[in-house]
Design a protein around this ligand. Structure first.
Ligand SMILES: [Zn+2]
Length: 185
């Protein structure tokens, strides 16, 4: 069952994708804390980040999922890291409200990793995939390195394809005026 409210939110978020200024404003409110991208704007009483899109409010994690991964449809966007203000796409997954109640035991894995191994230098292919997505939106290596806690030179190598050349961004550059040097083959 897809609520009309949720469908409405999805449409707003998809609209946001078409406006670079909205995307920038949204992403500028996410900050790397441990392994998470914590929402620096206002929050709902429940702890989730509150993003404003087109003058209307929606969950920051839901906005992030839509931005990076696509329309979540009628499903809930859930956290692997159990950190409600987090909107890092790698920490989000889709499920039902029932899943949200049941997966408590599975949660905490990422947050434990964060405590034990902050700034681990080993990246996953999933993370590299999202970095390339950011590069495709015109992000510079310095900014990406800040979000991922890696060196600027590593970010640059990923952008140029001298590192992780087997991971490709599936999306064309979102904004025509900012074509990034993506690896194409
Ligand atoms: Zn997180």
């Amino acid at each position: 069952m897809v609520s009309t409210l949720r469908t409405h939110h999805n449409r707003l978020l998809i609209e946001m994708l078409s406006r670079e200024s909205d995307v920038e404003r949204f992403l500028s409110k996410l900050k790397l804390v441990g392994y998470c991208w914590e929402w620096q704007g206002s929050r709902y009483p429940s702890g989730y980040g509150k993003a404003t899109v087109n003058g209307e409010q929606t969950g920051a994690h839901r906005a992030s999922f839509t931005l990076f991964c696509g329309d979540p449809g009628g499903l809930s966007v859930l956290h692997k890291c159990d950190n409600k203000p987090c909107a890092r796409p790698q920490h989000l997954f889709l499920g039902t409200a029932k899943d949200n109640a049941l997966d408590a035991s599975a949660k905490g894995l990422l947050s434990r990793q964060g405590k034990e191994g902050k700034r681990a230098k080993t990246l996953t292919s999933y993370e590299v995939y999202f970095m390339k997505l950011l590069f495709s939106r015109g992000w510079l290596p310095k900014r990406v390195s800040t979000y991922y806690g890696i060196s600027k030179s590593m970010a640059e190598a990923i952008r140029l394809g001298t590192a992780w050349s087997d991971i490709h961004c599936p999306y064309p550059p979102l904004f025509k005026n900012r074509r990034a040097a993506l690896v194409s083959t």
